[in-house]
Design a protein around this ligand. Sequence first.
Ligand code: ADP
Length: 400
Amino acid sequence: MKTTKVLVCNVGSTSLKFKLYLMPEKNLLAEGKIERVGTEEAIYYYGNPDRNLTIYEEQQLVPDYLNGIQRFLNDLTGEETGAIRHVEEIEVVGFKTVLAKNYYGVHELTDEVMEGMKFYMGIAGSHNGPYMQAIEQFQKLLPSARFIGSFETGFHQTIPMERRIYGLPYEWYETYGIQRMGYHGASHGYIAGRIDEMEPEGYRMVSCHLGGSSSLCAVENGKSVDTSFGMSLQTGILHANRAGDTDTSLVPFLLSAGMSLEEINEGLVKRGGLYGISGVSNDLRDLEQAAKEGNERAELAISVFVTNIVRTIGSFWAEMGGLEYLVFTGGIGENSVMIRERVCERLKHLGVCLDRQKNLSGEKEREISAQDSAVKILVIPTNEEIEVARRVCRYLERRK
Ligand code: ADP
């Protein structure tokens, strides 16, 4: 393909992350990050590797996405800071979009696709809402660029129907598309790509993306064949604040017990997960510290998290009929020595054998299994943005 500048945008409920790449070379030209959008205490970061320049500012006023995007574009084109001269040089903006009805892979963000995102506001509102806002602002600021969404569900389209369909009235699937969707597609897809490069023969892998939001993905020869995530992002294994899989009967029960739907939802989404069980924090680092100091609920939260992971790996292993690779990624997967150790310890009877020394430290991307381990255990830092840029470019190539 011809050299193209692709801006990848990752939108959170109060954060914006940008990476500008020169594709297909994959050169990072600039990056930016704004946290606490909507406040007077926003944190702004901008980096330009070619100029060896970084800007880091706290206590900034960033009232909305438009301001945040504008601030980044100003630095991106600034005389002293810039990586490009004019915003018109950005030909494509790729978004790590989440969920849209009937649109799963990579799509131009047309009115129809935006309608598809709107359809699932009730399922993925905290993601789709901010994305739709950010996309609209970008469309105003960069009128000549193309806007493409790489939906997180796309990587999971290869999951067979028997693992996707719920035991619910079939017409709910037909009418509303209710099914196991799977997310973290850019991350699991990136990990699968790395294993593809290492393993030309067939392989079976479980990719563990563990962070503020966590999911496991079963991968056979580069393709997703199962995921711990269900229809919404509230499902699967325990998250930082979200409950993960729980019992649907709890909702009508708690309603009848006098709780409002808002209270129940808040419990499931904000007051659950690692935070809910521990009552200490949603950050695993705090829990590890508290557990060391004897806090029993922090220890319980960690044990539940590890059990969720082990149980999921076991079921994927059984489904695939074997396992060659176990990969840890995400903020927790890449950094928590303890979680990797405890998960692998629980899988010892299946031949998973960790090299404790290699697990402790070393290069960022590394193998941490012992020589006699039946499964190769790896730590691979994820790179969701480059995966989105790659997918967007593949889409553009196909559409030529
Ligand atoms: P998100 O899913 O929000 O993108 P990340 O993948 O960045 O989050 O993961 C953030 C989490 O990673 C933090 O909440 C923290 O619990 C965990 N984490 C980061 N560094 C460490 C560490 N050294 N030890 C244990 N946990 C860590």
